[in-house]
Design a protein. Structure first.
Length: 337
C-alpha cells in the first residue's frame, strides 16, 4: 500500500475513532523497529497541525519461540493490548505515548494504533555522549527510578491479558531455544547452569516493562519525556527492569552504569523514594546477568538465521551473531563481582 493510500485511510480512521477531522500530511516511514512499522505524520485540522505517530503490527501475535528468537521470552501483546497498557500507564502518571485511536479491520490498514508524537532524541550513543544532553544525563537516572516505581505500582488487575512470567519459565524458554540451534559453547552452557542455580525463589509480582532501556526512551534537554515499546510488558519481578537498564550493551559506550547516562546509586535512591520499597541489589544483579545471557542467545539465533535455501539470512545478522561474546563477557564480569 503506497503512502497516499495510507494517508487517506488514516484520515478516515482518525475521524471514525477519535472524531478528528483533517488531512494527513508529511507521512513518512521511520527506520528502526524489529516487528512494528512506524510512520510519522501531521494531521492538519481547523485548529492547527497535530504531530502524530502510526504504529502498525503484524496481524498475528508471535509465538513464544518466535518472540524469543528476537530476544523475548513471551508472546508480544497485540496492538489493542499494547494500546491498553499505554493508556493505563498514562492514567497512572507514567510518561507513555498518548493513544488517540486503535485501528481495526474496518479501517483497511494493518492492526495498529495512532499516538501523539513526542519530539526528542532516542539514539543511545547520542544521548550518552552528546554535550547537548549533558543536563539531561544529570537528571535521567533519578527520573528513570521514579518512572519505574510508577510502572511497578500499576494495578495489574486492570490488564488481565498480561502473562505472568517467572524467572524459571524464562530460563526454560531460552535454554530450549539454545538447544534447538545445535550450537555448543562452554561459556553459554555455564551461564545457563549459573542462572538455574541462582533463580529467585520469592518476589513481589508487579507490572514489568521488560525493555526499559536507553533507546526506548524519548529524551529532551530536561530529561526523559516518554517511554516507548510496551509490547513485551508482563507481570513479574520488578527488579528485572532495573537489571535491564544496567546492561552494558544498552549503555552505548556511556560511563554511567544506569543506561550509560547516570549512576546506579541515583537510580536506586529515586526508586526507593518513589516506591517506598527497597531495591534488592542481588536480584538486580541476577536479572542483569540473566538479561546478558538472553541477549547472547539472541545473538546466536540471529547469527544462525538462514533463508529458505539454507544460505545466511544477511550479512548484518551474521555480524550480530559474532557479538555473542560481548554479553557473555559482561555476564562473567557480573557473577565474579
Amino acid at each position: 500500500m503506497d503512502a497516499p493510500h495510507i494517508a487517506r485511510r488514516l484520515a478516515l480512521a482518525l475521524q471514525r475513532h477519535a472524531g478528528l477531522h483533517g488531512s494527513v500530511e508529511d507521512l513518512r516511514r521511520l527506520t528502526g523497529g524489529a516487528t512494528k512499522t512506524t510512520w510519522s505524520f501531521d494531521l492538519l485540522t481547523a485548529d492547527g497541525r497535530r504531530p502524530m505517530i502510526l504504529q502498525q503490527m503484524p496481524t498475528t501475535t508471535a509465538s513464544a519461540s518466535e518472540s524469543a528468537s528476537a530476544g523475548i521470552a513471551a508472546p508480544k501483546l497485540d496492538a489493542a493490548e499494547d494500546a491498553r497498557v499505554m493508556i493505563a500507564a498514562r492514567a497512572h502518571g507514567v510518561p507513555a505515548p498518548a493513544v488517540l485511536a486503535v485501528l481495526d479491520v474496518h479501517d483497511g490498514l494493518e492492526r495498529g494504533y495512532v499516538t501523539e508524537r513526542v519530539e526528542g532524541e532516542t539514539l543511545g550513543r547520542k544521548l550518552v555522549s552528546d554535550p547537548a544532553y549533558a543536563g539531561a544525563r544529570r537528571a535521567m537516572a533519578a527520573q528513570a527510578g521514579t518512572i519505574l516505581a510508577a510502572i511497578h505500582s500499576m494495578p495489574v488487575a486492570e490488564l488481565p491479558f498480561l502473562q505472568r512470567l517467572s524467572p524459571a519459565r524464562e530460563l526454560e524458554v531460552y535454554a530450549g531455544l539454545l538447544a534447538r540451534t545445535g550450537f555448543s559453547h562452554p561459556a553459554l552452557e555455564y551461564a545457563v547452569q549459573w542462572v538455574r542455580k541462582n533463580l529467585p525463589v520469592d518476589w513481589p509480582d508487579a507490572l514489568v516493562h521488560s525493555d526499559f532501556r536507553t533507546g526506548n526512551l524519548i529524551v529532551g534537554s530536561e530529561g526523559i519525556r516518554c517511554v516507548l515499546d510496551w509490547e513485551i510488558a508482563r507481570v513479574g519481578d520488578p527488579m528485572q527492569d532495573l537489571g535491564v537498564l544496567g546492561m552494558r550493551t544498552w549503555r552505548f559506550g556511556g560511563a554511567g552504569e544506569a543506561g550509560g547516562f547516570g549512576a546506579r546509586e541515583d537510580l536506586y535512591a529515586a526508586y526507593e523514594r518513589a516506591s517506598g520499597r527497597p531495591v534488592d541489589p542481588l536480584r538486580v544483579r541476577f536479572w542483569e546477568a540473566f538479561s546478558n545471557l538472553k541477549w547472547a542467545i539472541g545473538c546466536v539465533r540471529r547469527g544462525l538465521s538462514v533463508r529458505a535455501d539454507g544460505s545466511p539470512a544477511s550479512l548484518e545478522l551474521c555480524a550480530v551473531g559474532r557479538r555473542m561474546e560481548e554479553p557473555l563477557w559482561d555476564f562473567f564480569q557480573l557473577i565474579e563481582a
